[in-house]
Design a protein around this ligand. Structure first.
Ligand SMILES: Cc1cc2nc3c(=O)[nH]c(=O)nc-3n(C[C@H](O)[C@H](O)[C@H](O)COP(=O)(O)O)c2cc1C
Length: 198
């Protein structure tokens, strides 16, 4: 049974969750959230479940010079994977750094100082923080997308953004305004992934 006070909040919450969609960085345009709005989004990220309150994650907000450094990292990572990469392919890799109006890098802290909170738990905490942030952005009318890729694990990117040993660059978070509305997406049905164990 629902808690008697829960319904209006549940309706809002379900609508917010069910209407969020991944919008790739190519389909995001200005405006993105400003600095004050970003701070509000990060405050929501900070409300993520966090065993032992380690806050095993951090975010970088990539400004113009950082985007330029990121472009160089994307090109260098491609060159490393494919020494024969054509100039047009390198330019395409560089260009990915400039797509979304706001670009964040989500970093997990997997350093082993707290054995009771192993790496999978820390990654879950970061996942929850990211989801809080995406939903808070969505509630404010901003669209978002996550992106990953092999460049994230490259040494050149780790050095360019000062990642410590034991930190993991998990994904980019792009924020902005959607250039087009995406139709609703089918979701897994509850019975596919829930077993009621007596
Ligand atoms: C850690 C992580 C990394 C992701 N990386 C990519 C990516 O590189 N490219 C992409 O198109 N989507 C990426 N996604 C987004 C998923 O494709 C997207 O969430 C999925 O298609 C479901 O769509 P929805 O978010 O609209 O429900 C990533 C999602 C997560 C959780």
């Amino acid at each position: 049974m629902e808690h008697p006070d829960a319904l209006p909040l549940a309706e809002l919450c379900d609508t917010l969750i069910q209407t969020r969609r991944h919008i790739g960085p190519r389909r995001l345009e200005a405006p993105g959230p400003d600095a004050a709005t970003l701070r509000a989004l990060f405050a929501c990220a900070a409300a993520a479940p966090d065993h032992e309150r380690l806050r095993p994650w951090r975010f970088l907000v990539l400004g113009p010079s950082a985007r330029e450094r990121l472009a160089q990292c994307f090109a260098a990572a491609l060159r490393e994977r494919d020494p024969q990469a054509e100039p047009a392919q390198l330019e395409q890799a560089r260009e990915k750094a400039f797509r979304a109006p706001v670009l964040l890098l989500a970093i997990a802290d997997l350093r082993a100082e707290q054995p009771d909170v192993p790496p999978p738990e820390r990654l879950v905490s970061l996942g929850c923080a990211i989801q809080n942030l995406l939903l808070a952005a969505h509630a404010r009318g901003f669209a978002s997308g996550l992106s990953s890729g092999r460049a994230l694990q490259s040494q050149v990117l780790r050095e360019a953004f000062g990642l410590q040993a034991g930190e993991l660059a998990l994904c980019f978070v792009s924020l902005g305004t959607a250039t087009r509305v995406k139709p609703p997406q089918g979701r897994p049905s509850v019975d596919e992934f829930v077993q009621w164990v007596a």
